[in-house]
Design a protein around this ligand. Sequence first.
Ligand code: GCB
Length: 605
Amino acid sequence: MLYPQQNDRRNLLDLSGFWDFQLDPDDAGERAGWVNGLTKPRQVAVPASWNEQFQDTRDYLDAAWYARRFYVPENWRRQRVFLRIGSANYAAQVWINGRYVGDHEGGHLPFAFDVSDHVVWNEENLVVIRVEGRLTPTRVPPGNVSGRGIGGLMSNYPRTSFDFFPYTGLHRPVILYSVPQAYIRDVTVMTDLEGHTGVVKIAVEQAGDNLRGRAVLQGEGGPQSADLVFANGQATTTLTVPNARLWSIDDPYLYRLTVTLNDGDAVLDRYVLDVGIRTVAVDGSRILLNGKPIFLTGFGRHEDFPIHGRGLNMPLIVKDYSLLKWIGANSYRTSHYPYSEEQMWMADHLGILVIDEIPAVGLFFEDGKENIQTRLALCRQQIGELIARDKNHPGVIMWSVANEPMPPNALRQPDGSAPPADRTVGIDFFRSLIELTHHLDPTRPVTMASLMNGPIEWMALCDVVCINRYWGWYVHGGQLDQAAQMLGQELDSLYDTLRKPIIISEFGADTLAGHHSDPPEMWSEEYQVEMLRRYLDAAATRPFVAGLHVWNFADFKTAQGIIRTGGLNMKGVFTRDRRPKMAAHFLRQRWNKAARPDTTEQDQA
Ligand code: GCB
C-alpha cells in the first residue's frame, strides 16, 4: 500500500475535482444501469464529505454514486495502471467502463485495484464508485445499536455509537497511477540503534521476476547502499549508518531511501521513501524515544471542518500542525480512525509523535458471538491495513486498537461505580487484536484508550495504558477539587496494579468560547483552564504518567443530541475555526518552553 509517487518510472493522475453524484435511497442504481453513467447527476467535490455540500444530504448515509470520465495517458500503455481510493466512508464498490473492479469495507484506509485490463486507450474511460455509509451494529465503528446513543446515555441522531458526525463520501483523493510491469510492490523499513550506529533494515517486495535491485540511503553519515537480491519476489538488506543523525521531536531529521529494481544498468522501477532513524520502547513506567524518556503532550483530534466534513483539507493540516507547534504539543492520537497519509507525512517532517488508531470506537459485547466475531474480523482487517499503510512513518510511535470499548452495563453507572457485569468479556477479542498487531509490527507498543470504569483486565493486555477520564465533567461536574482527588487516587491505584506507563489520553470540558465566569463554572473558559490545570498538576507529581492528551484540539461536529449544542462537541481548546480559547494560552504557558515567562534564554537555546 505504498503512497503513489511520480518519478521517472512512475506517474500519477489525481482525479480530484467535480464528480457526477446521485443519491440512491432505494438501492436501485445498479439495476438502473448507473455503472454505465448516472441518470440525473449533480456535481459534488472530491475529496470531501457529501453531507454539507447540499441541503438535502446532511444526514443521508445510504448509498450514493460518484462518476467521472478520464483518459489514460498514451505513454502509460506499457505500464500497469492502478486506481487508488484514499478513503471511502464506509463501504465502496468500483466499476470501470461498466465492468466491476472490486469493493472495500472500512472508511478510513486506502485501497487500490490493478485496472490495467479495465481501461481503454485513445478513448474516454468512466469510473463509477458507489459509496454507502449506513450505521449498523456489525460495522466498525458500529451504529444503530438498540438502546444506545452517544455513550449510551442519551439518544442522538444520526444514531452513532460514537461522538463524532458520521461524515460520508470519498474523503481522500482518487488517484490513477502507473508503475512498470515489474515494480516495487512494498518497502518495509525498521530502524534500530547500536551505540551511535543507526541500523536500517529494509525489506522489499516486488511484482515481477527480475532478480536484482538496489537500496541507497542518503543523508548524514551516508550514502550507504546495498544490492537487493530477490528470491520469490522478496529481498532484505541492512544498512548501517555510523554516528546516525536520529529522528526526534526537536530534530526530525529524515534520510532519503531510494529503492530501485534494475536490469543491468537500466533502472526498471524506483521508489523513494523518507526514513527517520529512531527507536521506540517501553521501559517500566517510561516511554523511550531513542533510549530517552519522553513525555507526550498533545491532544485527541478529529479530521473535521465545516463543509469539507472529513475530506482531505490541506490548508487545515498546515494550520493544525502550526498550532500544535505553537502550543508546545509533541504528539496526538488519531482519535478515532486513521487520518490521511498527508497528516502522517507532516508528522514525520515536523517531529510530531502519533498514536495511530483504528476506527474501533463504540465496540460492545452484548449482541452475541457471531456479531462480536464480525466486528473482530473488521478490526483485524483494519489494523492490518493501517500497519501496511503507516509502518514506515517515524512519527507513528504506537498503535491503538480501540477507543473506549464498552463492557456490559458500563455506562449505566452515572456515579462512576464499577459495573456489576462479567468483566472478563472481551479478553479474547483484545488479546487476538493485540497479538496480531505485535506480530505485524514488532517494533511499536500497542495500546487502547479505555473508558472510565473500563475493565483493568483489558488495560493489562496493553504495553502502554491509555485512559480517558472525565472527572470534573461527566462525573463530579462543577467540583474540581473532588475531581482532582478522584483522579489522583485512580492514577495511583492503576499504577500500583499495572506497573506500566499511563497516558491520560482524554480529559476536558465543553467550553463555549467567550463565556466567562468567576468562580469558574462548567462551560466557561475559566472552568476549562482550571480543569486542565488540575490534570496537568496531578500528572506532574506522578512520574509514571507518560503523557497527557487533552480532549480535544478543536471543537468538532457530532450527531445531534441534548448534550451537543449546535451539533458540536465543544471540548476544543481551539474553536472549530481554530481561534484559541483561554485554555490554549494556558497550555502554551505550560508546554511551550519558549512561551514561558520563567524560561531563561539558555533554556530556550
Ligand atoms: C470520550 C470519547 C470521545 C468523546 C468524549 C466526550 O470518552 O472517547 O469520542 O468525544 O468522550 O467529549 O464525551
